[in-house]
Design a protein around this ligand. Structure first.
Ligand code: NDP
Length: 416
């Protein structure tokens, strides 16, 4: 058994806590820490309320500023945690990773590190931060799996799995992220507005013909015929996994497409053009300094508060094109998740659920040794078969649509 320290008290942390509790016979004690103790306590209450604990065991809340490496090391040691699941804000990655390297705990996260002062950095994203600690992980024999949410995370594993099983060569991977759900509010973001907007305010990078291409945000639109969500409109967007996949998979074209409604784009464009998405402070007539983006964040709904009313489904997957046995081959490998079902099970919506389940599956694969590699890796570098098989049993079912039809993937039974 491996004890778990969850860092963060948001929507994803809630899913992670429930899923760890449902598997605490494998994972051992569970500790949750964020700056606001009450958020962690509320998550623990929800775990008890839903009866998620598989067996009686420790479930404890802690107040922690995870930017403080010494305090984080102290908590890892005091709780005898062997696996740290970092689902706090992406500003924390490098300090939590440092605490893991110095204590020997395994490290997992679901988003790339961000520097609060730099918006939309140019590639190589992992090269700017996490990969600089690769040697330190190796020296300390620390397992660190980066970006193991849904996207990044599962979509990386999907690409690797499809390449191993369905292709001799691959020309393109289009990652498609559709949220066809409705939260019933005028305007809201599904996770931290600050993080959400930072993704879209400047260049949309894509990997084309083995090189980075800079596009304007909302410059390229494409409609896809998706299972369940139907015809879905997306725009080319930059995303973490494009960088690691372009380095690790040898595929010449990798793009990320995110679904946006016209209404979202209208509101976003107005806010941006007025300067209200800026992280640069402005001075008011009364001489006060305010950060416009912080004001927007303060007036928008708390993303976690959307969950109870959320209906509809997400559909996220990889459309992969290439050749097998000399014939052209096209495969969509994907998951469909229902907001309401997620809320009933764990009290979070599907965006948090699809990020939280994979990171717990990864923790379980580290705990049983399968992914306990003693070094740093992105998801596409690891064996996708046990990961996909485990998620199928944990509530995220993988499906494939190809020339043979549309079916659930049973990875342990398919020919590799
Ligand atoms: P939230 O904003 O809801 O939660 C972030 C949490 O981090 C808060 O509870 C906050 O609590 C905590 N936090 C912030 N600063 C600190 C600090 N210094 N020390 C300790 N805790 C801190 O985000 P979500 O739960 O929606 O998302 C969590 C992560 O998952 C994000 O990195 C997000 O980008 C990622 N994500 C990944 C997805 C994927 O598919 N790969 C999809 C969705 C999200 P407090 O203020 O109390 O400290």
């Amino acid at each position: 058994k491996r004890n778990i320290l969850i860092i963060g008290g948001g929507g994803v942390a809630r899913v992670v806590a429930h899923k760890c509790a449902q598997n605490n016979a494998v994972l051992g004690d569970i500790h949750i820490a964020s700056r606001t103790l009450a958020k962690c306590q509320a998550i623990i209450e929800s775990v008890h309320e839903k009866g998620s604990l598989q067996r009686a065991g420790t479930l404890q809340a802690h107040a922690l500023d995870a930017m403080d490496i010494e305090a984080t090391k102290f908590l890892i040691r005091a709780t005898r945690s062997q696996i740290v699941i970092n689902v706090g804000s992406p500003f924390l990655n490098m300090s939590v990773l440092a605490a893991c390297i110095e204590t020997g705990a395994a490290y997992l996260d679901t988003a790339i590190h961000e520097d609060p002062d730099k918006v939309c950095e140019a590639p190589p994203w992992y090269g700017n931060y996490e990969w600089k600690r690769r040697q330190a992980c190796k020296d300390a024999r620390v397992t660190a799996v980066l970006g193991v949410g849904f996207d990044p995370g599962v979509v990386n594993a999907y690409a690797r799995y499809a390449m191993d099983t369905h292709f001799d060569s691959v020309e393109s991977i289009d990652i498609i992220d559709i949220n066809a759900g409705s939260h019933g509010r005028y305007f809201a973001t599904n996770f931290d507005p600050e993080i959400n907007f930072r993704e879209f305010v400047s260049t949309a990078w894509s990997w084309e013909d083995n090189a980075w291409k800079a596009n304007a945000m909302f410059e390229h639109r494409k409609d896809w015929d998706m299972p369940v969500t139907g015809l879905s409109t997306t725009y080319l967007t930059g995303h973490d996994e494009l960088h690691s996949m372009s380095k690790n998979l040898g595929v010449p074209n990798i793009r990320f497409w995110m679904g946006f409604s016209d209404h979202y784009i209208n509101v976003f464009t107005v806010l941006k053009n007025l300067g209200l998405l800026s992280e640069q402070p402005v001075r008011t007539a009364r001489g006060q300094e305010i950060v416009p983006l912080e004001v927007i964040k303060a007036v928008l709904p708390d993303p976690a508060s959307l969950a109870p009313d959320y209906t509809g489904k997400t559909c996220i997957g990889d459309l992969i094109k290439g050749h097998k046995n000399g014939q052209p081959q096209e495969v969509l490998i994907y998951n469909v998740c229902d907001h309401k079902t997620c809320f009933e099970e764990v009290g979070s919506q599907a965006i948090s659920y699809t990020a939280g389940v994979p990171v717990v599956a990864a923790a379980m694969l580290i705990a049983d040794g399968t992914w306990d590699i003693g070094e740093m890796a992105n998801v596409e570098e690891l064996d996708p078969v046990p990961f996909i098989a485990l998620m199928n049993r944990m509530g995220l079912v993988t499906r494939i649509r190809d020339a043979q039809g549309d079916r659930v993937v049973e990875p342990e039974q398919e020919e590799v």
